[in-house]
Design a protein around this ligand. Sequence first.
Ligand code: C2E
Ligand code: CA
Ligand code: CA
Ligand code: CA
Length: 275
Amino acid sequence: AKHEGRNRWIFYQQGMAEKIIQRRELENELREAIDAEQLRLVYQPRYDVKSSNITAVEALVRWEHPRFGTIMPDQFIPLAEETGLIGRISGWVLLSACRETSENLPGMSVSVNVSASEFQDEGLFKRIKKALDMSGLASSRLEIEVTESLMLIDPVKTLKLMNQIRSLGVKFLIDDFGTGYSSLNYLRDYPFDGIKIDKSFIMSVNDSSLAMQVVQNMIGLGKAYDMEVTAEGVETEEQLEQLKKLECDVIQGYYIGKPMTVKQLQQLKINSEKN
Ligand code: C2E
Ligand code: CA
Ligand code: CA
Ligand code: CA
């Protein structure tokens, strides 16, 4: 199967035939998870260096399975992509994220992860438009995160859909920047508003000056294209200080805050404003 290694299916210990049956079961259960209200969102704070404030959050989905407990997205998003369920999940995620942000996170922006497979048709545009209309969230407060794999699919189709979505006022960020195989020309050819440097690069900025140079160059590259630069996976104060020195715009990672509920986020905000 495609998902061996780190992201194994949760039933990895069973035999092949059993696996197929269980996969079918999980697929059916996922189909019903939305209506059964088993999906929920957590939000990871994004810290803006210039204003020293949490100005944005990233919405991350969780599946509260009645028997298995909390299932992480790496364990069911690939299944959702393969079975075509991703559109429905994405519709739910977009609307829920826009609603919660509009109702409970005044002034903050929210970013939502969208799979490259969703760019195959115009359903994505409709889902985004519907989420904005139904939630009343200003479109300038919604950002869409896509990985570099987007650039591997039909560019004409992708660009058309991207521009259609951008005309609503929604922004696009490149997620996991630096891990894809596409040529960097896409920075010139596609209308992105920001890059998020993958955590694998940030991890080593402390103990290696080479890693530091690589990150410095990535930040320079982002700025050359007039994009906002985020560092992902910042876990230590030292990393934060280094990234500030390199004039990184936005910091995200466990050091700022883990993915959390809206309530916890409001609490974190109050505490950070006190300091
Ligand atoms: P991602 O978009 O790269 O999200 C960041 C992941 O890194 C999150 O894992 C987050 O908990 C984790 N992380 C954040 N800060 C740190 C840190 O300082 N250190 C370390 N070690 N990890 C950190 P999570 O929530 O398990 O999400 C995994 C992936 O699942 C996401 O990667 C994203 O690609 C996908 N995903 C999540 N929600 C959705 C969704 O609603 N739709 C789609 N299509 N994909 C989603
Ligand atoms: Ca992301
Ligand atoms: Ca990422
Ligand atoms: Ca990822």
